[in-house]
Design a protein around this ligand. Structure first.
Ligand code: HEM
Length: 550
């Protein structure tokens, strides 16, 4: 045998063995305390320092900070934005043993999440959100597979723009109730108000109508009461960067309070939404006319679509939690901005008076005729996206992009904060300025399909194949609330109490800290318009629980 032709390959095991034998030899000539120190340093550097991986052709992973992190602090977007300034449009961060690839440039986002969507549309299996609470269900936690395709198709069929037009009556009625209750409770501008519970009730009733074909005012059922705090708990327990338990494996085996809360939340989701599905089933069984809604479709197609009971409960959970705090948060951020922007209100009032006059207030179909109001909605979503990091995607296969190696199972992070503060796309990005959307005649749904990524309005609804399916209804809901609030009121500060625009609540979604404002009616026609409908009373306690401000 020709031994010289034998190539020696160091397997990980043989490398470990040789390292060990080296250390043993070293230990023989060195004192034990030095060996322990060296082992400790080796261990700590393995746990704390970045791993600079390369693929077989020598492509390195995207650059990034030299350390690994167990979690990021309360406002992770601020740290990520500092790294964007340093490393540019794409960089990588190690969270424990998991590689995160952070995308900060519109063209890069489009190249990876849209053009190469077949590879970048899965989900990372987060311990808390995906494994413990949703167990891979509720669309958002499902990997990119046939189950996701089926569930996503069902969601699309309820939320498609054409279908959403059918919910106009619901949105019209609920926005009427929103303005009416604010008008009465503020005693025509005399009494300052925290708008959170009013906005919470608006969104809650829209969500109950779209999902269960009911509203909280008419069905003050104890089950609905139980369902409301679940969304809040979900927001507190999940977040793409904030749970150490997601990144430090051994913590997952420890019976912590957070882990028990996650398990309880899962049980509650199944039990509470299961009961609410059964209530709709009972109504259908006795021949009651149930309006078109998600649960009605699920019950009708359960057999044909082979949906398990858990599937049905978790699809319901997706609608109930996915679209509520995000939408109410956006309307609350709008109301927080207005007291310090009287000039913007003047422009919006001018547009509303010119296009609609004072005898008619905005209807769902007026959106295209009110470009400045629509621009305000876009600017609120740009400046205060409910999810700064969207919902991370994950890659299925190894990929090389611009000479950089993106390994399979990397978490692909859409960094909306950096995208929305890109100075080239949004000059003076920290200024709230709806005029930047002057030439934008698209809805966000249309804008997300524009071929040039630099032309897209904002990234608040995500990107690619997992883009938010609730976008058409969320846009309508937000437009109607904001346009009617502007038509009805002058939104003024309470002296000495300006809403805080820098801090917020929530981990996975963000809502402003509680604040108060004054809503002064703009004209006498308001009460004529408001008197055309009567409120069904009794739903405010539920709204309080829903937003978690009790
Ligand atoms: C202002 C309101 C909303 C915002 C900002 C928002 C934002 C988002 C974002 C960023 C994602 C992740 C997209 C991605 O992975 O790239 C998402 C996914 C999702 N959203 Fe929304 N959303 C809103 C309203 C809604 C509404 C009203 C519903 C349902 C009625 C909804 C249901 C969903 C679902 C089911 C997913 C998961 C999609 C998937 O994984 O395939 N959202 N949303």
């Amino acid at each position: 045998m020709n031994y010289s032709s034998l190539k020696i390959r160091l397997t990980p095991m043989s490398m470990a063995e040789s390292t060990l034998s080296g250390i043993t030899a070293f230990a023989r000539v060195t004192s034990p305390s030095v060996v322990i120190l060296i082992l400790l340093v080796a261990c700590i550097s393995h746990l704390c320092l970045r791993k600079n991986l390369k693929d077989k052709d020598g492509h390195p992973i995207p650059p990034g900070p030299p350390f690994r992190f167990p979690f990021l602090f309360k406002y992770p977007e601020r740290i990520l934005h500092r790294w964007t300034k340093k490393y540019g449009g794409i960089y990588s961060v190690w969270m424990g043993d998991q590689l995160f690839v952070v995308l900060n440039d519109p063209v890069i986002v489009r190249d990876l999440l849209v053009v190469h969507g077949a590879n970048f549309s899965s989900r990372h299996n987060y311990f808390m959100k995906n494994q413990t609470i949703l167990e891979g269900g509720a669309i958002t936690a499902t990997p990119y597979d046939d189950t996701w395709r089926k569930h996503r198709r069902i969601a699309n069929s309820i939320l498609a723009p054409k279908v959403v037009e059918g919910y106009s009556d619901v949105l019209e009625y609920e926005s009427h109730m929103l303005i009416q209750s604010l008008y009465h409770d503020t005693k025509q501008g005399e009494v300052p108000i925290n708008p959170a519970r009013y906005v919470g009730r608006y969104v809650l009733n829209n969500m109950l109508s779209v999902t269960f074909g009911t509203r909280a005012g008419s069905v003050a059922d104890p089950v609905i009461k139980r369902a409301l705090p679940l969304g809040n708990e979900f927001m507190k327990l999940t977040g793409p960067w904030s749970n150490a338990v997601d990144f430090i494996k051994p913590l997952q085996w420890v019976p912590t309070r957070t882990r028990s809360r996650g398990r309880k939340l899962r049980r509650d989701f199944l039990e509470v939404y299961g009961t609410m599905i059964n209530l709709v089933k009972d109504r259908m069984a006795i021949g009651e006319e149930v309006p078109d809604c998600l649960v009605k479709s699920l019950l009708e197609y359960q057999v044909e679509e082979q949906l398990s009971w858990t599937d049905m409960c978790l699809l319901t959970t997706a609608f109930a939690t996915g679209g509520s705090h995000s939408t109410s948060g956006t309307i609350q951020w709008f109301l927080a901005f207005m007291p310090t922007h009287p000039d913007i209100q003047v422009k919006a009032h001018e547009e509303l008076d010119r296009v609609l006059g004072r005898e008619h207030w905005p209807a769902p179909e007026d959106e295209k005729r009110l470009p400045y109001v629509r621009a305000i909605v876009k600017e609120v979503l740009r400046c205060h996206s409910p999810f700064w990091m969207a919902t991370p995607h994950a890659s299925d296969r190894d990929f090389v992009y611009r000479g950089m190696y993106i390994p399979a199972k990397s978490v692909m992070m859409l960094n909306c904060y950096s995208l929305h503060h890109n100075e080239e796309r949004y000059p003076e990005p920290f200024t709230f300025n709806p005029d930047r959307y002057f030439d934008d005649h698209y809805s966000s749904t249309e804008s997300s399909k524009l071929p040039n990524a630099m032309d897209r309005d904002h990234w608040a609804f995500g990107a690619g194949r997992r883009i938010c399916p609730g976008m058409p209804i969320a846009e309508k809901e937000i437009f109607l609330a904001i346009s009617r609030l502007l038509w009805a009121f002058q939104i003024e500060p309470v002296i000495g109490e300006l809403p805080c625009l820098d801090e917020y609540e929530g981990n996975s979604g963000r809502t402003p800290l509680p604040y108060r404002i004054r809503l002064v009616p703009r004209h006498d026609h308001l009460h004529h318009v408001l008197d055309t409908k009567q409120e069904v009373p009794g739903s405010f306690d539920l709204a309080d629980e829903f937003i978690g401000h009790k």
